[in-house]
Design a protein around this ligand. Structure first.
Ligand code: KG4
Ligand code: ZN
Length: 323
């Protein structure tokens, strides 16, 4: 079964065709990330305008190698995400479904992230799945391809958000987690940041205190005239250590509690090399499938999607991720 998926929940415009949830036949991703750089964050209005321009060329390019006649079903991200962005993907998918008569499957973006681990090889169950993205930090128990149970998540900022906000404080602009990873260096300067909830024995996370701690540290260093390149590298190092220490510990705790056979990582932050180093037993998708794309949207739809009449599908910016 070949599914054409469309993803426009944030600043990416993506389309992909995936066969039987596991074989990628095409994948196209257009991003407006660079356009948001000077504002230090994503501007929803700019993202939506760009997506409106990109959506049809992106879908056309993804369909081209397969041909629309060979597509069996359509899938689209309906939430959670930015309303203006979601609407573009959702209305496009509904229109294609209406015109072609092909079934349409609505997809939850956050749940779908973990299906990036299903490409080429289906994991062994039970699996503990950590979804770490710009907007979410969630732990799930996967008992089978279909059977998901939410175990815990962040009480405030997501891990990716903590990377993005601290990257900005350190002057790395919109580079976010990648910039922190690239600039992280242990220069032997004694800087220590908190590891929130590390030993609280729950499966919850909290990262909002980290940016306050970084802000305080930067203020202190500036006062001492020591906010120089080596110090910036050291803070980046410590930010990455703090976030990945908590992510690794909580994920291991969840795996232990549920006797998991597999640990799965997904979402943009799963691209982080230090996180992968700290959880060597975990399975993680290639970096290109960690950040937003439409491949895992199609894969989720294949394994867990429900055919829904297009009249009943709408954008749901606040769609719940707790299942
Ligand atoms: O999954 P994603 O592309 O979009 C959302 O659904 O949010 O995740 C984006 C997040 C951003 O916060 C970005 O800073 C983070 O993933 N990210 C990383 C790395 N690459 C992307 N964080 C840490 N290390 C990386 N290498
Ligand atoms: Zn995402």
């Amino acid at each position: 079964m070949k599914i054409l998926a469309i993803e426009t929940s944030c600043d990416e415009t993506a389309a992909a065709v995936v066969e039987d949830g596991t074989k990628v036949l095409s994948s196209i991703v257009a991003s407006s990330a660079s356009m948001h750089e000077k504002y230090g964050g994503i501007v929803p209005e700019i993202a939506a305008r760009e997506q409106l321009k990109c959506i049809m060329p992106t879908v056309e390019e993804a369909v081209a190698p397969v041909g629309i006649d060979h597509i069996d079903a359509l899938a689209v991200t309906v939430g959670p995400g930015l309303i203006g962005s979601l609407l573009i993907g959702v209305e496009t998918a509904k229109t294609i479904s209406y015109i072609t008569g092909k079934p349409l499957l609505p997809v939850n973006h956050v749940l779908a992230h973990m299906y990036a681990n299903f490409i080429e090889k289906i994991p062994e169950f039970p699996a503990i799945s950590l979804v770490v993205s710009g907007g979410h930090t969630e732990l799930y128990l996967m008992k089978s391809e279909k059977d998901l149970e939410w175990l815990g998540g962040t009480l405030d900022d997501a891990a990716g958000e903590a990377f993005d906000k601290t990257a900005r404080l350190l002057g790395f602009g919109h580079g976010g987690g990648i910039a922190i990873q690239q600039n992280a260096r242990d220069n032997g300067i004694g800087i220590k940041l908190p590891r929130p909830l590390l030993y609280d024995n729950t499966l919850n996370f909290s990262f909002s205190g980290l940016k306050t701690a970084v802000l305080r540290e930067i203020g202190k260093q500036k006062e001492n005239n020591s906010f120089d390149r080596p110090t910036i590298e050291q803070v980046a190092f410590e930010v990455q250590e703090a976030i990945t220490d908590v992510l690794a510990a909580k994920t291991r705790l969840a795996a232990k509690q549920s006797n998991a056979k597999t640990i799965l990582l997904s979402g943009g932050v799963a691209a982080n090399l230090r996180l992968r180093e700290k959880l060597p037993e975990a399975v993680a998708p290639p970096v290109s499938l960690c950040t937003d794309n439409a491949v895992y949207i199609a894969s989720y739809a294949y394994f867990r999607g429900k055919k829904t009449d297009w009249h009943d599908i709408s954008a749901e910016p606040d769609l719940s991720v707790e299942v």
